[in-house]
Design a protein around this ligand. Structure first.
Ligand code: KPL
Length: 294
């Protein structure tokens, strides 16, 4: 049984695609035990009704997928981990950086893995899940005890039919994703536009180059392989084009009045810069502008 903590878009995507009967959502103290029903539209083919039960107190999962928002993760895990044996591996799916490290530092003896995924899923209505774009999910260990579980967890998640591959350097993958999110998400939230509409916006054109200068320096600060500002800009713009019709997760959060993950994306980069006495004014400006939206 694979247990999923966090019944948002990503949690529901895994729940809908993993073999029926082998997956359950993990209830938090105030959550009702009635099964979750929703309509799932795959990338191709007809939509279908999905019913996912909640994990009962008697069941011990083989793996825990953690698909909560970055800012909710530590509190959510603090509620559920006391009841979960220390040997159960968990996979962190949070966007950005910072929350994964908080979890690994809080439970260093647990087998903790992180996932960097490019799957696209959204929920136009609470009872609907759309798999907007097929991607790849890379999985790697964050703690020493996580290493021995990686390949078994990869195999288990492959039974979803989604593309899942092991990663030797998951921090590198998380950084690559962070760069793309830092260059797309805050702009789409501030400008209230689709990813593909960014490229024509004067505000994006004004700030993307100075932002990429900061991102390139911060990659170096983090000990990541060097990438020029131009390479970073090309990748950010390529992803914006490839996901032109998408509403970014940050814009979706703002439109729904939910807290965003800005503190774990551009906000994380501002904190990293501060630690080495570097200035990151563009990341700081974007962080403030997004925080002011809700
Ligand atoms: O990951 C994304 C997000 O919305 O968080 C991108 C790549 C920007 C696609 O929308």
């Amino acid at each position: 049984m694979i247990a999923i903590l966090g019944a948002g878009s990503m949690g529901r995507l895994w729940a809908a695609t993993l073999p029926a009967g082998q997956v359950a959502f993990v209830p938090r103290p105030a959550q009702s035990p009635a099964p979750e029903h929703y309509d799932f539209s795959p990338v191709s083919g007809p939509s279908r009704n999905i019913t996912i039960p909640w994990l009962s107190a008697r069941q011990t999962p083989t793996t825990l997928l953690v698909t909560t928002k970055a800012g909710d993760t530590l509190a959510a895990l603090s509620c559920v981990l006391p009841a979960l044996p220390e040997s159960v591996p968990m996979v962190l799916f949070q966007n950005g950086l910072g929350s994964q490290q908080q979890v690994a530092d809080t439970w260093p003896n647990r087998p903790i893995l992180a996932a960097a995924t490019t799957e696209g899923a959204n929920r136009p209505r609470p009872d609907q899940l759309i798999h907007a774009g097929a991607g790849t999910t890379r999985l790697g260990a964050l703690t020493d005890t996580g290493k021995a579980h990686r390949d078994t967890v990869v195999e288990a998640l492959k039974s979803s039919g989604l593309t899942v591959i092991p990663a030797d350097d998951i921090m590198h993958r998380l950084w690559q994703k962070l760069i793309v999110n830092a260059g797309i998400n805050p702009f789409t939230a501030i400008l209230d536009c689709l990813n593909g509409e960014l490229l024509q916006q004067p505000f994006f054109q004004q700030w993307i180059e100075p932002l990429c200068n900061e991102l390139s320096q911060l990659l170096e600060v983090a000990g990541q392989p060097a990438q020029s500002p131009r390479q970073l800009r090309e990748r950010i713009e390529a992803v914006a084009r490839a996901t032109a019709g998408n509403t970014s997760s940050m814009r979706a959060d703002v439109l729904a009045g939910r807290a965003t993950e800005i503190a774990y994306i551009n906000g994380y980069l501002v904190r990293l810069a501060e630690r080495v006495d570097m200035d990151a004014p563009v990341n700081r400006m974007l962080t403030h502008r997004v925080k002011d939206l809700i």
